[in-house]
Design a protein around this ligand. Structure first.
Ligand code: GUN
Length: 294
């Protein structure tokens, strides 16, 4: 059994990116600049965005964090997005999700310049991804692909079961695992809240990617021997013994599932750190594309 160590691989990727930035600096080139907009005060979202900004510092990127109050209107947010679209110094930016309910998320994402959409959420990027064209791939699925690739996890001809059909993880993951190439060439089943007899499906899976947000959902009896388990869940559960008052729990009943799996991602330290590393990678790509255009 092999633990897919996202913490270590994400550090490797950040070191590779930091080396690139050093080269840019010594050539007198502009370094990549990532901006992030966060609307409201959700604790988890503030933590994630904070980690993204910190990661920028770590690799030598410039970063800008824009905090807007939870009462922000859609018009106010769109005005800020227009500013970032038009600001030549910004190479890429993200709008942290979820957004408050007075704001139409899909409309907001459609107003981001696709060439700066380093989350890969704009329909142009999502459509290109589905058509095997060059595009920004959403950071979490991109991070999972990178883990599978760096650990040489076999995916060709395997049955991959994705649990959860979110636009951020499940849906793109189902497309990417079925596409030609490595990682890919899998036969994919996308399961969701309306799926019947899910255990019958998961016990047939060679690879399970779970992105539900239900702590300890995937039990040992739901998987077959030697399955590959990718846990995208990051739920905060109350833990009075911890300093912060909570701990992060994945979708997988790790202590039992680990005994049957061939490869498995831990939580924390699996997919989570990869997401941030791949956002940096997308920002580096955005900078590079902009440099080639000028
Ligand atoms: N919320 C949860 N995951 C993500 C992500 O990858 N990007 C953004 N913008 N918001 C998120």
């Amino acid at each position: 059994m092999t633990i897919l160590d996202g913490k270590k691989i994400s550090e490797d990727i950040k070191n590779e990116i930091a080396d690139e930035v050093q080269k840019m600096k010594s050539n007198g080139e502009k370094v990549p600049h990532l901006a992030a907009i966060i609307v409201g005060n959700d604790g988890a979202s503030l933590t994630y965005v904070g980690s993204k900004v910190k990661a920028c510092e770590r690799v030598g990127f410039e970063s800008t964090l824009i905090k807007m109050p939870s009462t922000t209107s859609e018009t106010e947010l769109l005005k800020k997005i227009k500013e970032l679209n038009e600001n030549d110094d910004i190479d890429g930016f993200i709008v942290q999700l979820p957004l408050p309910k007075q704001i139409d998320t899909q409309h907001v994402l459609m107003c981001i310049d696709p060439s700066k959409d380093v989350d890969g959420f704009h329909p142009e990027n999502f459509g290109k991804m589905a058509l095997d064209m060059s595009s920004f791939i959403p950071a979490t699925p991109f991070g999972i692909l990178e883990l599978l690739e760096r650990y040489n996890v076999p995916t060709d001809g395997k049955h991959t079961v994705v649990i959860g059909r979110s636009h951020i993880v499940g849906r793109p993951m189902s497309i990417l695992m079925g596409r030609k190439g490595f990682p890919g060439n899998s036969t994919v089943t996308l399961t969701h809240s309306h799926t019947k007899n899910i255990n019958q499906i998961t016990t047939q899976a060679d690879i399970i990617i779970t992105a539900l947000g239900v702590p300890n959902y995937l039990k040992a009896e739901m998987i077959k021997d030697d399955a590959v388990i990718i846990d995208v869940g990051i739920t905060r559960v109350v833990d009075e013994n911890s300093e912060k008052g909570y701990r992060i729990t994945g979708d997988v009943d790790f202590d039992n599932v680990v005994k049957k799996a061939s490869f498995i991602t831990p939580v924390p330290g699996g997919v989570g750190p990869m997401t941030i590393a791949m956002l940096l990678k997308n920002t580096l790509l955005a900078r590079e594309q902009k440099r080639l255009k000028v």
